[in-house]
Design a protein around this ligand. Sequence first.
Ligand code: FES
Length: 92
Amino acid sequence: MAKMVINGVSFTAESSRTLLENLEHQGIQTEYQCRDGHCGACQCQLNSGSVQYRKAPLAYVRQGQVLTCCAIATSDVDLTIAEAKLPLKLTG
Ligand code: FES
């Protein structure tokens, strides 16, 4: 279990799930396409924390960015995803 913060809203993340799976579990809609580290569509800003990849992604990952579809949090993480749509249960 780790704490995940997205755009300032936090929740508990399951360590067996990818970042994207944790976002979806909370009802948070974000951009993705391949879900396998190939396209880079899910790339977002990692403000703090650390992740590891299940397998090395083929998409280029810019410094300070992370691919949510194939990364797993190895600590508490803070992300910024500009286009994320958060459900009311999280934003109040
Ligand atoms: S959805 Fe394609 S790299 Fe994440």
